[in-house]
Design a protein around this ligand. Structure first.
Ligand code: MGD
Ligand code: MGD
Ligand code: MO
Length: 699
């Protein structure tokens, strides 16, 4: 008789993880692993902000990790650039080739080499350490990481003294919430739960957004202003608040600087004048100002969307002045929130080792602005001869794609792309390296939308031959002959170093216990009101309405309005030719260009679309569902028209960021966006862009 088949026991483990994506929520995740295979990804129930839910994208993270689209081994290019024709080769051959190339360029001038990386993962191990060490030691050109938030950060710094704001967990106690240039249902889901709770408790929600976004739709009121005019709206609110003596005199006197000058400045922005700038009725501006001044606590959620314009830094600065006028900062549930990043304090010097530059051939290499990578690749002197791209997909996400692609197509440019997926950027690589996902490596994270430090432990072995970014740089450093100990640190060593912080808020946070628990709150009070008694991070310690720092940067020391570069107000001739302002904010089902190749996300997102107002569509003979061509002097792309009143008149909206090669015309919204930069912070100006739209005859 045959022996009965023995059932293999299932070895089941629960692993603590952190969502790596560029999103304010940085969720705590719990991964279930059975016999070495991840079988379930959930939001951690015990994490106060994640509270057991993940967004629709990351809830399907297993489909991403185990996707058949994953890059599984190194590839070398065999076809022409852009074609995406590759042949498999080994890691050793790949790294030897890269090291030989980098050595040859470095012998001449290491500035010919440029890293290009952004927040594909926000982890300190996989983004802020080994790569930075490597390129510092090499003396490569430095990358100015400006593609997303640098204008807003500069605006926060001038006004508040750093990346500080109210605790997102306190929004549920606010009585009035301004959702200002922010779309939390899409890009900040867990804050939206708090906002919903506030609504249940009777709070009023007001959206300020040129687009009736999913979030704006659910607010009590929606003010659809013209893009890039928020700074003027904030000034008009100040005009009313100060003019009608509605400000908190005690708070202003004790904790702000430059009120008298601000009062004069605000006089220059009466609601009637600002109505013309913003396209809002003057009465609505007045009503908003009165309601805001009359409701305590009031909370403002502004987000990075509104700073992607010529005056983006100033817009953030102006909005952040409002809660100091009303004294909202006194309350844990009052104030404003752009980011909480400044409350953390990872040990950047230890992670990035800027001191290694001293060993490089040129200890002070030039800086290249990532928001203008197209121009840099085509025009920088000395030329960029090698690019090492990781955690980013510039061919799809960087502005002015025509130039970006011409740059990436240069035959004399040597390009390495370390990626999880065969992106648009991979198609232009000489060498593609396969990267692990968050389930396959260690990391430690902070957040820009809550106050917890987060740990990520690997749940599974690397898929295929993929390697973490840290390991690729470790191996490359060895081949370059870099002997410093820091190039032998393990990923967990780096997690420990990240937490060797001088910040008093991080003293109790150590890697071994953090890894165990998965997350730990900064040492701040439960009901945290950071500026209740001043204590701003500015030179004066006050909220600086008047800023000498701004003045020293060549800016207006007071809040002012800087018009969009591409608008009827600042360039009438351009506006005549290209009368529509286009914005291209995130699609709910994508995370920038991440997920935009995965069937489940594409099925939800549909196809590239353009929201257009009936008046603008009618004037152009465009009907619902027509294929339209969106164009300006920089380029063009096509999309399906959705005619309706979601986009205000004069504004069209192309939810983004689609992969070019998966779109019918192999283009996307960045074919029309510009490389011009913001007033401060040298940031990208994706939403400062004029176009014309035509029904596509070919479509
Ligand atoms: N699902 C999803 N989540 C994401 C992302 C994603 O791609 N998908 N991206 C992540 C990243 S990298 C970031 S930086 C954040 C971005 O998060 P948000 O800043 O919220 O992103 P946006 O959608 O760019 O902007 C929010 C809203 O601002 C509006 N807006 C555009 N221009 C203006 C303006 O001039 N004034 C005003 N008042 N409103 C304006 C847009 O219509 C949009 O509804 O989200 C993160 N979260
Ligand atoms: N038109 C338009 N353009 C935009 C925006 C917009 O709103 N409209 N938003 C802008 C903003 S806010 C941002 S932040 C940028 C974002 O632009 P990017 O930072 O380029 O973000 P993603 O498009 O998500 O691409 C990140 C890539 O990193 C890869 N990746 C993830 N984890 C790892 C890892 O561990 N190792 C390696 N090697 N790779 C990894 C992913 O597979 C993905 O392809 O885009 C900007 N571009
Ligand atoms: Mo971003």
């Amino acid at each position: 008789m045959l022996a009965p088949v023995k059932k293999t026991p299932v070895e089941r483990r629960l692993v603590r993880a952190a969502c790596p994506h560029d999103c304010p929520d940085t969720c705590a995740m719990q991964i279930t692993v059975e016999n070495g295979v991840a079988v379930k990804v959930e939001g951690a129930k015990d994490h106060p902000f994640t509270a057991g839910t993940l967004c629709t994208k990351v809830a399907k993270y297993l489909e991403r990790t185990y996707s058949k689209e994953r890059l599984l081994h190194p590839l070398k290019r065999v076809g022409s650039k852009g074609k995406g024709e590759f042949e498999r080769f080994s890691w050793d051959e790949a790294l030897d080739t890269i090291a030989a190339k980098f050595k040859a360029i470095a012998a001449d001038d290491p500035q010919g080499i440029l890293p290009y990386d952004y927040a594909g993962t926000m982890g300190y191990v996989q983004w802020h350490s080994m790569g930075r060490r490597f390129f510092n030691r090499l003396g490569a050109s430095r990358l100015d990481r400006t593609i997303c938030s640098s204008a807003g950060k500069a605006g926060m710094k001038i006004t508040l003294g750093g990346g500080f704001g109210m605790d997102p967990e306190r929004f549920d106690d606010a009585k009035l919430i301004l959702i200002w240039g922010s779309n939390p249902i899409v890009s900040n889901l867990h804050l939206w739960s708090r906002v919903q709770e506030a609504k249940r408790r009777g709070a009023k929600l007001v959206a300020i957004d040129p687009y009736r976004s999913l979030s704006a739709e659910k607010c009590h009121e929606h003010l659809a202003l013209l893009p890039g005019t928020d700074a003027a709206l904030a000034l008009a609110m100040m005009h009313v608040i100060i003019g009608e003596d509605l400000h908190d005199r005690d708070y202003v006197e004790k904790y702000t600087l430059g009120f008298e000058q601000l009062k004069e400045r605000a006089k220059e922005y009466p609601p009637e004048k600002v109505a013309k700038i913003t396209g809002l009725a003057a009465e609505r501006i007045v009503a908003l100002a009165r309601e805001y001044a009359g409701t305590r606590p009031a909370a403002i959620r502004l987000n990075y969307g509104l700073q992607r314009h010529a005056g983006g830094g100033m817009a953030v600065r102006n909005i952040l002045c409002l809660p100091a006028l009303t004294g909202d900062w006194r309350h844990p549930a009052g104030g404003a929130l752009l980011a909480t990043s400044g409350f953390f304090g990872m040990n950047d010097a230890k992670l990035e080792r800027p001191d290694l530059l001293q060993k490089a051939k040129n200890p002070d290499p030039r800086t290249i602005n990532m928001a203008a990578i197209g121009d840099a690749l085509l025009e920088a002197k000395p030329p960029i001869r090698a690019l090492y791209v990781y955690n980013s997909n510039p061919v799809a996400v960087a502005p002015d794609s025509g130039k970006v692609i011409r740059g990436f197509s240069r035959e004399d440019l040597f390009t390495v792309v370390h990626e999880q997926f065969p992106t648009d950027t991979c198609d232009y690589a000489d060498i593609v390296l396969p990267a692990t996902t968050q389930l396959e490596h260690y990391d430690v994270h902070t957040a820009y939308g809550h106050l917890y430090v987060m740990a990520n432990s690997p749940a599974i072995e690397p898929v295929g031959e993929s390697l973490p970014n840290s390991e690729a740089f470790r191996r490359l450093a060895a081949r370059m002959g870099f002997t410093e100990d820091c190039f032998r640190d393990s990923d967990e060593d780096i997690c420990r170093q990240a937490l060797e912080s001088s910040s008093p808020r991080m003293q109790g946070i150590k890697w071994d216990s953090l890894k165990e628990k998965g997350w730990q709150r900064l040492e701040v009070p439960e009901r945290f009101a950071p500026f209740a008694e001043g204590n701003f991070g500015t030179p004066s310690g006050k909220c600086e309405f008047y800023s000498e720092t701004a003045e020293s940067m060549g800016m207006d020391p007071l809040p002012t309005f800087i018009a969009p570069r591409e608008s009827a107000q600042s360039n009438a001739a351009l506006a005549k030719k290209y009368p529509l302002a286009i914005i291209s904010p995130p699609n709910r089902h994508f995370l920038n260009s991440s997920f935009a190749n995965l069937p489940f996300a594409i099925a939800e997102a549909g196809e590239p679309s353009l929201d257009i107002h009936p008046a603008d569509a009618g004037a152009r003979g465009i009907g619902e569902g027509d294929t339209v061509r969106i164009f300006n002097d920089r380029g063009s792309f096509t999309a399906k028209a959705r005619v309706g009143d979601k986009a205000r008149e004069g504004v069209v909206v192309a939810l983004s960021v689609w992969w070019k090669k998966l779109s019918a015309d192999r283009r996307n919204a960045n074919d029309v966006t510009s490389q011009s930069i913001t007033d401060i912070g040298r940031g990208a100006t994706f939403y400062d862009c004029l176009v014309e739209v035509k029904k596509d005859a070919a479509g």
